[in-house]
Design a protein around this ligand. Sequence first.
Ligand code: KIV
Length: 274
Amino acid sequence: MSYIDSNETIKALTISSLHKMYQAGEKITSLTAYDASFATMFDQIGIDIILVGDSLGNVIQGHTSTIPVLIQDMVYHTSCVSRNIKRSFLMADMPFASYADQSQALMNAALLMQAGAKMIKLEGGAWLAPIVEHLVRQGIPVCAHLGLMPQSVNTLGGFKVQGKSEAQSELMINEAKILENAGAQILVLEAIPSKLGKAITEAISIPTIGIGAGVDCSGQVLVMHDALGAFPGRQPKFVKNFLANTGTIEKAIELYIAEVKSGAFPAPEHCFTN
Ligand code: KIV
């Protein structure tokens, strides 16, 4: 099975090549994947970052949140996804309560790196800075995640848009700077007003990857089931079904890449205003 018909040597993306893409103003594409078949397909079609998201708690395990996901689940799916990837950069989520202190974070991040991840992702604000510093010192690249942090759904009181007030916006911009200074090399922004997505992207010098954070982020990520219209029930505003008018998964992913790269996705109907 092959999606690209070529013998040319495929160069793996690294954090440096992603930063070059960002500096050149090229949008970065990202999709989640949880198994070898979809990951191989996304890799061959040209997705830049494959994220083994703890969203697998929802879309694979059928839970209503990511809280039940265990580090063993993340390690298993990361190793499945990593097996055949040639070009895409592989990022894996640290699950709920698996990075409460530096030594726990290091132990669990090491398991994900040994399963094939090239970077790990953590949800949290300024409190995470010492943990980010510790991981980076140990050779573990870190992506931070601000805005709607699904692992904090119970303290947030639901899956709600974040950063709507002036004070919350300022706090988030400040936390983004703190996490960048701690050594985070990518920042995911979830469910925030587009204006804030733009302000954070302009305030820091690492790429921002948005999911419901507006078109001005340096790139976009979607849960693969959402991008393919495969998750039953009510969809968040930021979701687009790319399979609806394309007919095949390959064409849907090609359209997603084309729309992210050109800035056509997210359109205003996928974005939040204050
Ligand atoms: O778990 C996940 O899939 C994520 C993305 C929604 C960014 O964190």
